[in-house]
Design a protein around this ligand. Structure first.
Ligand code: HEM
Length: 478
C-alpha cells in the first residue's frame, strides 16, 4: 500500500514536472501576439476563464490590447477582440482556420460520437434543403402545430389552468419551446400505435416532458446515465414508429446509414443534434418574454404588430379553439418583433466562436497590423465583449431597447459604427462565416411563434400569463 502511494506520488510529480517544462518552452516569438500563460502550469488561465469568461477577457484586453494568446488547459488560444478585424477571422480559408477539427474532438469527448469524413458535406446539403426555403416553411408549420397543442390545448378549461400558472416563467418558456421543437424535429406518436389521436397527443406530451426533465439534468455528474437514456429515447429504432419526423432528421439518418455508419453511432448523433438545437432556443424564449414584460413600451409595440398581422389574416387564437394557421409569410411581416428578438439575443447569447489553426498563418488586422499565429494553436472571438456590449457600437449596451435594430422608417437597421468606421459584424449570436448556425432561421421562427402565441392568446389567459410572470418577475431580473 505504502509503495503504491509512493509510486503514485512519483508519477504525479513527474507529470506535473513535465507540464511545467512544456509550459516553460513556449515563448513569444517576434511578430506573435502577447503571450499570457497564467500562473498554473499547463492549466494556465482555465479557472478564471471558466468562472467568468466576459470579465476575464475584458481584463486580458485591457492588459494586452485586442489580440493576445493565453494558455487554457494545455492549449494556446489567440483571441481577436477587434470587431473591425473580424472579417480576417471568419473569412479565413478552412485549410488555415478550421471549425470541424475542433468540433470533431469536442463531439467525441462530450457525446461519444465519432463522425465520418463525409459528415460535413452531407450536413451542408441537408441544412440547405431543410433549414431554408421550402423545407424551413414545412418545419415552421410543424413547430406551430406542436406549440399550439402544448400551449393551448391543455389550457382549455379553468380547472386545467392551475397546473401551468404555478410553474416558473423560465421553466414554462424553456419547457414549451423545447418540447415543441423536439416534436417538430423528431416526430409525433401515431394514432395507429397509441389507439387514437387523443392518446397519441397525450403520449407526445408525457414523453416530451420526461425528455425535457432529463435534458435539464444533463451535466457532468450524471452524464453517463443520461447519455444512455438519450441514445435510447432518440434511437432510430424508436423513431421509426413515429410520424411527422422532419426531413432534416431523416436525411441525416439516411446519409449516415448509406455511408455505413453503425446504428448505435447514429443514435448518438441524434442526441448531438438535440443538444445543439435545444440548448439556446428555450432560454432565449424566456429572456425575450421577460424583457417584453419588463418594458411595457416594447410589449405594447410588439403586441400591436402581432394582433395586426393576425387580424389581416382573418384569424384569432383561442384556447381549445382551432389551430391558427400562422404561416411563414405572416412571420415575415413583423419587423418590430424581429428587432426585439435580435436585441434579446445581443444581450443574452455569448458564443465563443473557435477554430483550430491548421497552418502557420498571418492575421491581418483592419488597421494594418499583422500577427503571426502558430499551427496547432486555437483562435477565437468572443463577440459578447467585443461587439454586443461595446458602448461605441451599441450605446447604453446593457439596456434592452426593442427598437435598436429598427430604422426610423421601421425597416431593419444594419448600420452600426465604431471609431467612425462601419461595423459589419454588429451582432453575432449565431457565430459567423461558413459555420454560422444553420438553424438560425428556424430558431428565430420558433422564438417569434412562441411570442406570437403568448401575446395573442385571449385576455383571460393573458392575465394568467401576467400572474405567472409576476411570480418570478423580480427574482429573475439580471
Ligand atoms: C437561439 C437559438 C440558437 C443559437 C443562439 C445558436 C447559435 C449557434 C452558434 C453560435 C453556433 C456555432 C457557430 C460557429 O462556431 O461559427 C451554432 C451551431 C449550430 N447550430 Fe445553432 N443556435 C441556435 C439554435 C439552433 C437550432 C434551432 C438549430 C437546428 C434546427 C441549430 C443548429 C445548429 C447546428 C447544426 C450547428 C453546428 C454547425 C456546424 O457544425 O457547422 N441551432 N449555433
Amino acid at each position: 500500500m505504502g509503495l503504491l502511494l509512493t509510486l503514485s506520488l512519483c508519477v504525479l510529480a513527474c507529470l506535473f514536472g513535465g507540464l511545467c517544462i512544456l509550459s516553460f518552452f513556449r515563448q513569444r516569438r517576434p511578430g506573435e501576439p502577447p503571450l499570457d500563460k497564467g500562473w498554473i502550469p499547463w492549466l494556465g488561465h482555465v479557472l478564471d476563464f471558466r468562472r467568468d469568461t466576459a470579465k476575464f477577457l475584458q481584463r486580458m484586453t485591457q492588459k494586452h490590447g485586442d489580440v493576445f494568446t493565453i494558455q487554457l488547459g494545455g492549449f494556446y488560444m489567440t483571441f481577436l477582440q477587434d470587431p473591425l478585424s473580424f472579417g480576417a477571422f471568419v473569412n479565413e480559408s478552412r485549410e488555415k482556420l478550421n471549425f470541424h477539427t475542433f468540433s470533431r474532438q469536442l463531439l467525441k469527448t462530450l457525446f461519444g460520437y465519432v463522425g465520418l469524413t463525409t459528415d460535413h458535406s452531407n450536413f451542408v446539403a441537408t441544412n440547405q434543403k431543410h433549414l431554408q426555403g421550402h423545407g424551413l416553411q414545412i418545419m415552421t408549420e410543424t413547430m406551430m402545430n406542436n406549440l399550439q397543442n402544448l400551449m393551448l390545448h391543455h389550457l382549455g378549461s379553468g380547472a386545467n389552468q392551475n397546473s401551468w400558472k404555478e410553474d416558473g416563467l423560465f421553466n414554462y418558456c424553456y419547457n414549451t419551446v423545447f418540447r415543441a421543437g423536439y416534436l417538430a424535429l423528431y416526430g409525433n406518436a401515431t394514432a395507429q400505435t397509441e389507439g387514437d389521436e387523443e392518446k397519441a397527443r397525450a403520449k407526445d406530451k408525457t414523453e416530451s416532458e420526461v425528455l425535457f426533465h432529463e435534458f435539464r439534468k444533463y451535466d457532468k455528474r450524471e452524464a453517463n446515465r443520461l447519455l444512455s437514456f438519450f441514445w435510447d429515447t432518440l434511437s432510430m429504432e424508436r423513431m421509426k414508429s413515429k410520424e411527422n419526423i422532419s426531413g432534416w432528421i431523416w436525411d441525416m439518418y439516411h446519409m449516415r446509414r448509406e455511408e455505413g455508419m453503425k446504428e448505435f453511432m447514429i443514435d448518438r448523433y441524434m442526441f448531438v443534434q438535440l443538444f445543439v438545437f435545444q440548448s439556446n432556443t428555450g432560454p432565449s424564449s424566456y429572456w425575450l418574454l421577460l424583457y417584453l414584460m419588463k418594458h411595457p413600451d416594447a410589449m405594447e409595440a410588439v403586441r400591436k404588430e402581432v394582433l395586426m398581422v393576425l387580424k389581416e389574416s382573418g384569424q384569432e387564437v383561442r384556447p381549445g379553439g382551432p389551430l391558427v394557421n400562422l404561416t411563414h409569410e405572416m412571420l415575415m411581416k413583423t419587423p418590430v418583433l424581429n428587432s426585439a428578438v435580435e436585441e434579446t439575443l445581443r444581450l443574452v447569447v455569448a458564443p465563443l466562436v473557435t477554430r483550430s489553426v491548421l497552418q502557420d498563418m498571418t492575421l491581418k488586422m483592419a488597421d494594418g497590423r499583422e500577427f503571426l499565429i502558430r499551427k496547432g494553436d486555437r483562435m477565437a472571438v468572443f463577440p459578447y465583449t467585443a461587439v454586443h456590449t461595446d458602448p461605441e457600437i451599441h450605446p447604453d449596451p446593457f439596456t434592452f431597447k426593442y427598437d435598436r435594430f429598427l430604422t426610423p422608417e421601421g425597416t431593419k437597421k444594419t448600420d452600426f459604427y465604431k471609431g467612425g468606421k462601419r461595423v459589419r459584424y454588429y451582432t453575432m449570436p449565431w457565430g459567423s462565416g461558413v459555420t454560422m448556425c444553420p438553424g438560425r432561421f428556424f430558431a428565430t421562427n420558433e422564438l417569434k411563434q412562441f411570442v406570437f402565441l403568448m401575446l395573442s392568446i385571449s385576455i383571460v389567459t393573458y392575465i394568467n400569463l401576467l400572474i405567472l410572470c409576476l411570480n418570478t418577475f423580480y427574482r429573475c431580473l439580471p
